[in-house]
Design a protein around this ligand. Structure first.
Ligand code: HPA
Length: 275
């Protein structure tokens, strides 16, 4: 089956189960799924019940869509994402974003857990993504272009929509939340980086490192969506501290900043210009 047919089939299955048309899509990263619990009048759909959706194999990622109202705005939340390192193809990784677009969603919020490359950025800090450096050679747009979504050669001069970042920073200030802003480096994983790789990424101008987000952002940008990326810095990058990295630290920090993360994202959704 052609990819476009798969997208319309999956989007159709979602549409059949909802009464509202979501306008903002949110992807919740490792340990950050609690925001889905804030959605009012939720309709919950397991990824397993949607054709062509894949289920995450990673601890901290539950696999369901939650559709409803967040701060009075109709949202579709992906509670848990799949990653390239799990063995999925790029097309599978970005499939949910393409379904969002097919459902008429033009705004995307992507969140993740990331390691800090900068000694000024500490575990527990939230970082708005200003730009990214892609260290993974594969691309979700490799292969025949889907002309219905966007052009063959897409522009990435403003992948994280500037006006949205300005709005998000204002929300942070109003809530008294210190919001860092920086460059996210996309590494393939699933190994954490070596200390030398962390030094390299810092030299290249990166502030955070992670194993997700960039495929979804490229796909959304290609399809003309407004995009915001938010990293929860869960640990210092390898070698910055004299200690090994552990996934439990990543999940625990996500839990520690849960309240701040939820209140910031709710405010951002409230202020998000739609329609
Ligand atoms: N590196 C890569 N991915 C991550 C990290 C890290 O240090 N922390 C959370 N996700």
């Amino acid at each position: 089956m052609e990819i476009l047919d798969q997208i319309h089939q999956a989007a159709g299955r979602i549409k059949d189960q909802i009464d509202i048309m979501p306008q903002i899509g949110l992807i919740l990263g490792s340990g950050l799924g609690a925001l889905a619990g804030e959605v009012k009048d939720p309709v919950t759909i397991s990824y397993g019940d949607i054709p062509h959706f894949q289920e995450s194999t990673v601890e901290g990622h539950s696999g369901q869509l939650v559709i409803g109202l967040l701060e009075e705005k109709p949202v579709l939340v992906l509670q848990g994402r799949i990653h390239y390192y799990e063995g999925f193809t790029m097309n599978q990784v970005v499939f949910p974003v393409r379904c969002m677009k097919a459902l008429g969603i033009n705004s995307l919020v992507v969140t993740n857990a990331a390691g800090s490359l900068d000694t000024e950025y500490h575990p527990g800090d939230l970082m708005l993504i200003r730009d990214h450096i892609k260290m993974v050679s594969d691309s979700p747009l490799r292969g025949p272009n889907i002309d219905e979504f966007g052009p063959r050669f897409n522009d990435l001069s403003d992948p994280y929509t500037k006006d949205i970042r300005t709005m998000a920073k204002k929300c942070g200030r109003e809530l008294g939340i210190v919001l860092k802003e920086g460059v996210y480096c996309y590494m393939p994983g699933p190994s954490y980086e070596t200390a030398s790789e962390v030094r390299m990424l810092k030299l290249l101008g990166g502030h955070a490192v992670g194993m997700s987000t960039v495929p979804e952002v490229i796909t959304a940008g290609h399809a003309g969506m407004n995009v915001m990326g938010l990293s929860c810095l869960t640990n210092m990058g390898t070698g910055i501290l004299d200690q090994p990295l552990d996934h439990s630290e990543v999940v625990e920090t996500g839990v520690r900043v849960r309240e701040t993360f939820i209140s910031l994202l709710k405010r951002i959704v409230r202020e998000w210009p739609i329609g």
